[in-house]
Design a protein around this ligand. Sequence first.
Ligand SMILES: [Mg+2]
Length: 217
Amino acid sequence: MSDDPETLRQIEELSQDDRPLLVLDVDDVLLEFVRPFPKFLEKRGFHLALDSFRLFGNVTEKAGGRTLEPQEVTVLVDDFFGEQAHWQAVTEGAADALAHFGDRAEIILLTMMPHRHRDARRLHLEALGMTYPLLTTEMAKGPAIRRLRGDRGRPVAFVDDQPRNLASALEHVPDAHLIHLMADNSLRKMLPEPPGGAHVVEDWREATPIIARVLGI
Ligand SMILES: [Mg+2]
């Protein structure tokens, strides 16, 4: 699997860091997505059925009930990310957890979204006090995490709500410590199992001591 060249360029801009590495997803790990996105859709006249964990095929017109085509859903997600500062609050417990880690780990945010939204997301996160480096990727996350770690073998922990992203990390960084955290735990039953060995946690409160232990901080 190839690397996203823009993500690699963003990684090159970071300073070399020897601290243990903590990589965090953003949507539904650091910022809420699954709670505000349906509200955004309602305002636009659409409805999201959450009876399976996917957006495509699950968005309908409130008037008439037509199911939107995938490209129409993509446009709505894109609009949502453009307006994210109005919609996306910090996930419960995330700010306390990050404050707890302080500067004992290098904390990097790795979000799968079109690169053109990077500045909007960065500004929004900074306004919320989250001044950590933010990387965007339009491809699998594993290669970016391997590159972020560098070649000095420092410990890595990765938190994501999507099992496929955890699997990608495991494929490229086999000794990474994986944490499966979801903003809405009721959706777990709709997802495939996270990779074996991943720590499945209910919330940030439960994740915090696990991250501290695996990173040795
Ligand atoms: Mg996510």
